[in-house]
Design a protein around this ligand. Structure first.
Ligand SMILES: [Zn+2]
Length: 136
């Protein structure tokens, strides 16, 4: 009698632990930001915005917070040919964007337009009009 009550308790406390683990596990999943498809950009490492000041810091912050936005945009500074960059996000993986006014300007404009509800194809058009003339 005594022995079976003990094992019953053991089973009950095990069940509680399993339930708690499931609960907290689900909570951790819920806490992740839903909009960011982290899987797509898991390998993306952009530099720490704290390394920079002024507009460059802003731009590196945007790259860190909105990789999915910059990854859809072309950089018109010519880095696609000179450095093999495939999109604007690539500029922020290294120090390049820190001394490139075009990369910085595009990132800041893109965030502002996007936050204002501008559709992606219009953001692309605007950036092309503003920056493509710099391409040599
Ligand atoms: Zn660039």
């Amino acid at each position: 009698m005594n022995k079976s009550r003990k094992s019953g308790l053991l089973i009950a406390s095990c069940a509680v632990m399993v339930l708690a683990a499931a609960y907290f596990g689900a909570g951790a999943l819920r806490a992740r930001p839903a909009a960011v498809s982290a899987g797509d950009y898991a390998g993306t490492v952009t530099l720490d915005p704290a390394l920079y000041q002024g507009p460059a810091r802003d731009a590196y912050r945007i790259a860190r917070e909105r990789p999915e936005l910059l990854a859809q945009l072309h950089c018109y500074c010519g880095c696609d040919r000179s450095m093999g960059h495939k999109n604007l996000l690539d500029c922020f993986r290294g120090t390049h964007a820190g001394y490139c006014a075009i990369c910085i300007g595009e990132a800041i404009d893109a965030e502002r337009l996007h936050d204002g509800g501008t559709p992606m194809d219009q953001i692309r058009d605007t950036l092309r009009q503003r920056y493509s003339r710099h391409e040599s």
